[in-house]
Design a protein around this ligand. Structure first.
Ligand code: PLP
Length: 374
């Protein structure tokens, strides 16, 4: 039996989300764009789900655009910039590739890119303030880093941007990739004042292939593919209604038990920090991180040590590894946090989910102990 500690990469589908998926697929066979009764019923169900998710997130229905996942949500936001007047984008060096891969394109098209370090894991509001210029059009800083779990000071960062805007009278868009924050932190989309955020269902026990883009002013979003005119013309293509229903249930489930889950996972995080610390393992995740992610320095290169753990039945990932291809990039992210390359090469990410148990945590600690002693 595999013991799963790679929940930041993806999570198992919850029975409640799975049930909603199957029931919606069979009860709403119509296409929401069709004008006949079955089509209209599917549309009503989709709008009911959107309303429910909007209420859970404290925003309005018009602010939510359904997509195929966070990578697409981010693409929708960044490709919309291509229609705007060029300027400077200030972006953290610790963004997921779904964001950072846009930068070379934007640069080629004449945008100026300014990258912010994240010493110790955090983007500093002072550094952001110093980087803003009258030419700044966009700032992008993720809510929770997927490699070490650092919770970025989004509200303070947005405040710096809004103060600068007031003094300069020029609008700056603030985008925050919030994939690892959804359901796990007290996300306040409206209160924080951000302009855009990306989410993915499969990180919170929903299905793969469904995501959300939050857009404070959806008018700025231009479609990547316009055919079909769905999502008010902002995201063409038949909507994944069963996936949307399952995403809604998954999010509801996380929100219903968020505080107790966080307490329990914080306790496991403490057990891991303490137990691994006693084995001489260095912890990379700062204390102000989500308890769900713990990044540590293994005694051997991460590919070797993750394989040794795998042979003992544990799934952990080296670095960020949302895919194996992401490995080199997570080393770059760790270096941007001030972690030397020889440590970054040994980084292992242990990521817990709502299903993680204390017994699994203890067994993981025992496995580390055996591998280090052996
Ligand atoms: N952003 C972050 C921070 C992530 O962790 C991930 C997942 O790997 C993504 C974006 C991409 O999400 P998706 O798999 O839904 O495209």
């Amino acid at each position: 039996m595999e013991i799963y500690f790679d929940n930041a990469a993806t999570t198992p589908l919850s029975p409640r989300a799975g049930k909603a998926y199957i029931e919606t697929a069979s009860s709403f066979p119509g296409n929401p764009s069709s004008v006949h009764r079955l089509g209209q019923k599917a549309k009503e169900e989709m709008e009911r789900r959107r309303s429910h998710m909007a209420a859970l997130l404290g925003v309005e229905e018009r602010n939510l655009i359904f997509t195929s996942g966070a990578t697409e949500s981010i693409a929708l936001f960044f490709s919309s910039l291509l229609w705007m007047e060029k300027g400077t984008i200030v972006v953290s060096r610790i963004e997921h590739e779904a964001v950072s891969s846009w930068l070379p394109y934007l640069k080629k098209l004449g945008w100026n890119i300014v990258k912010l370090r994240a010493k110790g894991g955090f983007v500093s509001p002072e550094e952001l303030s110093a980087a803003l210029t009258p030419d700044t059009k966009v700032v992008a800083v993720m809510a929770v880093n997927n490699v070490v779990g650092a919770i970025e000071p989004i509200e303070s960062l947005v405040k710096c941007v809004r103060e600068y805007e007031k003094a300069n009278g020029r609008r700056i868009l603030f985008f925050s990739d919030s994939v690892q924050a959804l359901g796990k932190t007290g996300l306040d989309l409206k209160g924080s004042g951000i302009d855009g955020a990306s989410f993915s269902a499969h990180k919170i026990n929903g299905p793969r292939g469904v995501g959300l883009l939050y857009a404070k002013n959806p008018e700025i979003i231009r479609p990547i593919a316009s055919a079909g005119g769905q999502e008010k013309g902002r995201r063409g293509g038949t909507e994944n209604l069963p996936g949307i229903a399952a995403f809604d249930e998954a999010l509801s489930e996380w929100m219903e038990t968020r505080e107790e889950d966080e307490k329990r996972i914080s306790h496991y995080n403490f057990l891991l920090r303490d137990g691994l610390g006693k084995l001489g393992i260095e912890i990379l995740s700062p204390l102000e991180s989500t308890p769900y992610i713990l990044s540590v320095v293994a005694p051997l290169p991460s590919e070797v040590f993750t394989r040794m753990l795998m042979d003992k039945g544990f799934c952990v990932s080296s670095g960020s590894a949302c895919s194996n291809n992401a490995k080199g990039k997570s080393e770059g992210i760790l270096e941007a946090m001030g972690i030397p390359n020889q440590k970054a090469k040994k980084a292992i990410r242990i990521s817990m989910g709502r299903n993680t148990t204390e017994e699994e945590v203890i067994r993981l600690l025992e496995a580390f102990g055996e591998l280090i002693d052996g």
